[in-house]
Write a new protein. Sequence first.
Length: 318
Amino acid sequence: MILAVSKLKNLPPPADGYRGRFAPSPTGPLHAGSLVAALGSWLDARKNGGKWLLRIEDLDTPRCVPGAAQEIQSQLLACGLSWDEEVVYQSQRQAAYQQALERLNRLSCLYACTCSRQMIANTLASRGIETPRNQEMVYPGTCRPATLINNSTETPGDSKKAWRIALPENCNIHFEDLALGTQSQNLNIEVGDFVLRRNDGLFTYQLAVVVDDFEQGITRVVRGKDLLNNTARQIYLQDKLGYLRPEYLHLPLVLDEHGEKLSKQTLATQINTEDERHALLELRKAAIHLGLQDLPDGQNVTIAEWLLAATHAWPTFS
């Protein structure tokens, strides 16, 4: 029998002091890599007596698979990973993202961009800059105006243009990762002015996740190391919008036999949660990847009992 987290014995009750979250994209069911992120974030919240929220990041609607959000929730519950508040869907929060975009516009740090990916690639190539495969192109500033002003005559998002945030010179972001230590990134050199709203009208992950984490009161972001490179951009947006900065803890990635990150794009196999035995096997594999040792492995252990032991084994990060 799978017990809700509130019924696990010997754990502190949820407290508003710590608020964590798991935020999958519904582009398919959970695979081993996404279960590692879900389990790690859940255990960290429970270890700290906090709340664990579920947010469905269905912002990029062309990539979303019908029914995937419901399947993800069923898989989480089958693994005993229940959440503490109502599920939030990014697709229902367009107005909040638009308000944040307009606020940045009033700060005179946005501009419209008509560059296509091919145009950006051609500009970089003309400057002798090659972008490695699977690495995003650094925007060369083609559409950036000489003087930034409040675009009061054009509301961001009204036109078929992308909207970028103009970075200041020497935009170096430093932060402490609870697992990886001191991190830094020069956004000018490694990213360039980045898009907040695409030319098809969709808000980008960078803006949406910052707004959502703030409005949900997230105090610690626990997620896969593949998202580490996004953190500096999100911290910059937090600072511009006057939001508090959460703590960050990035978890080790699950790699395939070719050393690539396990993902739906690499045809990762979904986890097997058809019954409690299979779900527990998947949890055990995720725990091993997270470095947890000496957890119960007997056949008579329930998921609730195993999660309790895993919570006590989870390290305290500070």
